[in-house]
Write a protein that binds this ligand. Structure first.
Ligand SMILES: Nc1nc2c(ncn2[C@@H]2O[C@H](COP(=O)(O)OP(=O)(O)OP(=O)(O)O)[C@@H](O)[C@H]2O)c(=O)[nH]1
Length: 205
């Protein structure tokens, strides 16, 4: 049993407009948030959207699927680590697949592969170019006390967990089998990155 956690509580400062509501390059009718929720739904027994506060949750209400529950951060504006904490605290399953609202190219084949890994007390973290992809990963609920400690230290990034728990890493070679271009890990933070992807998608007709 797995919960899908979609973290959407950021401020999109670099993008200059809400990343969740951008149209997916190559699928202009669908926003990032709609696309990711639709993609996650068949894989997850429970689906939670983690927003920073009730006002943001209300902004997203019309993009929700009936099966999605919206939760809010225990403390807003404290980063993705708080989003992870709030989502894991609210879910009813033992493990969650976590993804970010600014990674619209998550590939279902890669997601299925990650979800086929044994679920233990160790997070399952893909590694791309030696960088752990902590926002496209699986976390056990049992990691909550470790997160709590990091939050108390003022940490905001889930990477801060990695020195404090055993991890099951997934190698780039394994990932490439299911997503040859590793597009699942491409996050769009700036208007330039978005325009670049729009151009590439348009080029594909
Ligand atoms: N729930 C929750 N999610 C967050 C928070 N901060 C960032 N996120 C999400 O984490 C992912 C990565 O966020 P970032 O790109 O680091 O930050 P951002 O605030 O979205 O963008 P910038 O303002 O440009 O840094 C996105 O899906 C964000 O929506 C937070 O405080 N709470």
């Amino acid at each position: 049993m797995i919960t899908g956690l979609l973290l959407a509580g950021g401020r999109s400062r670099r993008m200059g407009q809400d990343k969740a509501l951008l149209p997916v390059p190559g699928a202009q009718e669908e926003t990032f948030i709609e696309h990711l929720l639709r993609l996650l739904a068949p894989f997850c027994q429970e689906l939670l959207l983690v927003t920073r506060d009730v006002s943001q949750a209300a902004d997203y209400a019309k993009y929700m699927l009936p099966s999605v529950r919206t939760v809010t951060d225990k403390l807003p504006d404290t980063g993705p680590l708080m989003g992870l904490y709030s989502g894991l605290s609210a879910m009813t399953t033992s493990h969650a697949f976590v993804t970010a609202v600014d990674t619209p190219f998550l590939q279902p084949e890669l997601l299925a592969f990650l979800l086929s890994q044994p679920l233990t007390d160790r997070p399952v973290i893909p590694v791309v170019e030696e960088r752990p992809q902590v926002l496209t990963a699986i976390y056990p609920r049992s990691i909550l006390p470790v997160i709590e400690q990091r939050l108390l230290e003022g940490r905001r990034d889930p990477r801060s967990l990695l020195d404090h728990c055993a991890v099951q890493f997934v190698t780039m070679a394994q990932l490439r089998t299911y997503d040859p271009q590793l597009r699942s890990f491409l996050n769009l933070n700036t208007p330039e990155e978005l325009a670049d992807q729009q151009e590439k998608r348009a080029g594909k007709g």
